[in-house]
Design a protein around this ligand. Structure first.
Ligand code: BYC
Length: 319
């Protein structure tokens, strides 16, 4: 009989494995699924990747609401492609989580039971078609800012998934901006719709980057592990600096009377973010949390037969 494989390496082995892991991180090389990793690193990755995957899937809902009411066939085709891309992003990310030993169905259950989060931004309703454009411009724009550095994240499968996701988000951002440009060249009512959507989505977009650095419990360790490359506040600032000139070109006003350019730092200074609202939304009490989760639950339950049939088919083939 072959010798049983021990569950855990002996302590001295573990120290050697930890040293090797630390050296890999220090050299800025990638950790791959076959490599040993500390339990905390694995758990943090599963938490962040699952939250990211859930955001992509729940994020299909606010824009998906407009698929049947798109103003033209061209807009419908664009929106359909975008929403399908978000589904694809969710799938790559769930696959990345699976390489860490997570189970996709279990992650979905945790989301539905409120034991895992998804991005706060998707708990706001889309009231007009201008919201579709503003989601592309603001939300996909913020996603690019946050995710381009994740292409250099220390965990290989996550970093590689981000490359394709970022390319697609870039198309999404431009389609949103192009839609808004078209509306801004339209009637006064269309321009007012764009401004109204900008007013409603600007502050929630800034919240996407997470709590301020001095109130971000996970940042220090995630940055030491090379999972995150920049702090929440750094990325938020980068996003504001990027968005202000784009707003000027578009001809809209960002709803922040304190927004001013600081020539000494070369950055735009912005007003105080309502962190009470952020906390309310991520604890499940935002304007659309209940609806988002109810739909996700219905999708899981109504389509369980498809999963069961596919699993039975795969098992039959395997045998
Ligand atoms: N919303 O210590 P912190 C898309 C939580 S989808 C909700 O700073 P961390 C798109 C955080 O999880 C793109 N929760 O955490 C799709 C933690 O709670 P837990 C979505 C948030 O992880 C469809 C607690 O607050 N992008 O683009 O170091 C259509 C303390 O925070 C949020 C990603 O998922 C939030 N906004 O940093 C269109 C990016 N912020 O988990 C577009 C990947 C924080 O301890 N994720 N929390 O219970 C990240 O980069 C990081 O996880 C974050 C937070 C920067 C978001």
């Amino acid at each position: 009989m072959p010798a049983p494989v021990p569950d855990r390496p002996a302590t001295s082995d573990e120290a050697a494995l930890q040293a090797r892991f630390d050296a890999t991180i220090a050299a800025d090389h990638r950790i791959e699924p076959r490599d040993w990793m500390p339990e905390g690193y694995r758990k943090t990755l599963i938490r962040q990747i699952a939250q990211h995957a859930h955001s992509e899937i729940i994020g299909m809902q606010p824009e998906g609401d407009w698929l049947l009411a798109a103003p033209s066939l061209r807009r419908k085709a664009i929106l359909l492609a975008k929403v399908q891309d978000e589904a694809g992003h969710g799938m790559y990310l769930y696959s990345a989580a699976e390489t860490l030993g997570a189970d996709r169905a279990d992650l979905t259950d945790k989301l539905i039971e409120g034991r895992q989060k998804y991005s706060s931004i998707f708990n706001y309703p889309t009231l007009t078609y201008a919201d579709v454009g503003v989601i592309g411009w603001f939300v996909d724009g913020a996603a690019i800012c946050n995710q381009v550095p994740l292409c250099r994240s220390s965990y290989g499968p996550y970093a590689r998934a981000m490359i394709r996701v970022c390319k697609e988000e870039s198309f999404h951002q431009r389609q949103g901006y192009e839609l808004l440009m078209t509306m801004m060249r339209g009637t006064p009512e269309q321009r007012a719709m764009v401004q109204d959507a900008v007013d409603r989505w600007w502050w929630p977009s800034l919240m996407m980057f997470g709590p301020p650095d001095d109130d971000s419990p996970n940042s220090a360790q995630s940055m030491a592990w090379g999972i995150k490359r920049h702090s929440n506040d750094e990325l938020r600032q980068r996003y504001v600096d990027m968005s202000v000139p784009q707003a000027d070109v578009l001809g809209v006003t960002l709803p922040d009377p304190d927004l001013t350019y600081d020539p000494d730092s070369g950055h735009y200074r912005f007003g105080a973010i309502d962190w009470t609202e952020f906390k309310r939304v991520i604890s499940g009490n935002g304007p659309a949390n209940a609806e988002r989760i109810a739909r996700r639950r219905a999708a899981r339950d109504d389509n369980a037969w498809v999963t069961e049939a596919a699993t039975a088919y795969a098992a039959k083939h395997a045998s």
